[in-house]
Write a protein that binds this ligand. Sequence first.
Ligand SMILES: [Zn+2]
Length: 265
Amino acid sequence: MALAESKGLILFTKNHRENDMLVKIFTESAGKQMFYAKGIQRKNQPLKAAVQPFTQAVYIGTFNSEDLSFLNSAKDIQPFLNIQQDIFLAGYATYLLNLADAAIEDRVYDPNLYHFLTQSLLFIDQGYDAEIITNIFEIQILQRFGVLFDWQHCAICGESHGKYVYSSKYHGILCEKHQYLDARHYPTDYKMMQLVRIFSQIRYEQINQLDLKPETKQRLRQFIDFLYDEYVGIHLKSKKFIDQMKNWQDILIKPETNSATESNE
Ligand SMILES: [Zn+2]
């Protein structure tokens, strides 16, 4: 079997035997692949840096279309350093990696998802709001789970301007004129729905213009959770982790805010 190479992103690793490792990589040219990395845990093994969590590189090895692939070497290693060093950012990034892993089958060629995922990590690493990036990723990746929404047009009349509610009955959004058709539509929240409409089309370069209040973020979180429960139905440990993280994040961050306020007085 010939040697091949591809850009890739580490999804997760698992120790195997004393010195070996199983490494799951989302490759740009051959989809997600499980690689066997022999002897990688030995001292001074240069490949070790390339399989750290939150790392992107060009991976070289034998890519098999049915069995395990084999990892030989790597070049152009680019760690996402800020994510690696920040437990909160790592929480969000892990969830996005898990979502991408769950959304498509292994070995399916999907360079668009690969780029979307690496971009998401890059923007989190560069200090953009990880919560907003996560929400955008969740909304835009829904179609990979086979869930297609038209967030731009009323499901009845096609109207694309105005205020909308979400309707499970019509599997989409309803304009003001047609909201009465579903008395049990998702609780009216025009601002939140407008954000979902924006998030479904936005590119990360544009998100600096977004400044969301915590309450708005919380309502978005609830709506996206509702969609995932209703249509996707996966329960990732990493999602649970970021939900719980919010609680202790507040505890960790609050004392700092207080002392800053005090020193200003
Ligand atoms: Zn309408």
